[in-house]
Design a protein around this ligand. Structure first.
Ligand code: 2RA
Length: 348
């Protein structure tokens, strides 16, 4: 299987290469990293200390889609809009990490642990959309709970790390933190990737707000779970906050069901679900936090669910605390799990 990684020098592209190096897919042939012309010729394998044989970076304008079996896009919606159909037309299965196609009716939006049935047949346009990072961890925590009752409403507050803003986001957190520790005036910090200085701060806006006051990220958290769970009428209310965390998104999730539910039943359903790390309510069980989750090569490939507890004013509702590495679980790993799922189908 020859794979092109478009956006290979970005934070998600690098995770894709690292996962491929780790053997997430069998029978990998050529790995063609694609990036800007400024990166053409770079040896990302050597830069990242990978064993996998990776070809020198090809500039976006020079890439030849012919002969590519799979193309993973992590270069932003404009590039996906322009080039994903070109790769698909050349016969590649495109897995797109951008928001370009997620809500198109003829493009499946897939989390393999939740709606694998969406890949029983080759996607009509040859494109599969990878959901937004904060969506993936949310639906992987919600899906098992459908075994204990019918979900009626979800209220989610997300606490999203700087790495969600890519390399610029990471640089900005480091720069503004260093500046403040050196005594600089936070107001002097230039509003960059996040519009406000992030160090020691919270920014209640991810993606611009619309006329109704909802941010672009909050819209994703409302629309995407409905499509993935096949619940177009699911009521979802979201608040998305950028926080001064390097990597790892966290979510406080309030789930309402149509009938009474118990935290014990929820914990049992979650514990029966592969790919989840579940924390009980014994103080010794602890709770998930982004820093240790993302620091562990094994834990950063799981969705972590803790603080499962009753809503004391509503017997039909529960609280959850969900943490995951937004670059692996929330992007690169889900994309490659889609490829792995597709590889088992006759149509790839
Ligand atoms: C963010 N989910 O966290 C968006 C895109 N990665 O910035």
């Amino acid at each position: 299987m020859d794979i092109a990684v478009i956006g290979a020098t970005g934070v998600v592209g690098r995770e894709c290469l690292a996962l491929l190096d780790g053997g997430i897919l069998p029978d990998v042939g050529r790995v063609v990293p694609v990036a800007s012309a400024a990166s053409a010729g770079r040896d990302l394998g050597a830069e990242q200390g990978l064993d996998l044989k990776i070809e020198p970076v090809v500039a976006l304008e020079d890439v030849d889609p012919a002969g590519v079996d799979v193309a993973i896009f992590s270069a932003g919606a404009p590039i996906s809009t322009r080039l994903a159909p070109v790769f698909a037309a050349a016969g590649a299965l495109v897995v797109d990490n951008s928001s370009a196609f997620r809500m198109d009716d003829d493009v499946p939006l897939v989390v393999p642990q939740v709606n694998p049935q969406m890949l029983e047949a080759r996607p009509a346009r040859g494109i599969v959309a990878n959901p937004n990072c904060s969506t993936i961890q949310l639906v992987r925590a919600l899906h098992p709970l459908r075994a204990i009752g019918e979900i009626d409403r979800v209220i989610v507050s997300s606490y999203q790390s700087a790495s969600g803003g890519g390399l610029r986001g990471l640089e900005e957190l480091a720069d503004t933190t260093r500046a403040l520790l050196d005594g600089a005036d936070p107001a002097a910090a230039r509003p960059g990737k996040f519009g406000q200085p992030l160090a020691f701060n919270l920014i209640p806006e991810i993606g611009l707000r619309d006329a109704d006051g909802h941010s672009h990220e909050e819209r994703k958290l409302r629309r995407e779970p409905r499509k993935i769970l096949g619940m177009p009428g699911l009521r979802v209310a979201a608040t998305a906050v950028r926080v001064a965390v390097v990597n790892g998104h966290s979510e406080a999730v309030h789930v309402s069901f149509t009938a009474p539910v118990s935290p014990d039943d929820a914990l049992a359903a979650l514990r029966d679900t592969p790919g989840l790390r579940v924390y009980g309510n014994d103080p010794a069980d602890g709770y998930p936090m982004p820093q240790p989750v993302c620091a562990s090569p094994t834990e950063r490939r799981l969705v972590h669910v803790g603080r499962v507890r009753a809503d004391e004013d509503d017997p039909c509702a529960l609280w959850l605390w969900v943490v995951a590495d937004n670059l692996t679980v929330g992007a690169a790993l889900n994309a490659l799990e889609i490829v792995s799922l597709a590889a088992g189908k006759s149509w790839l």
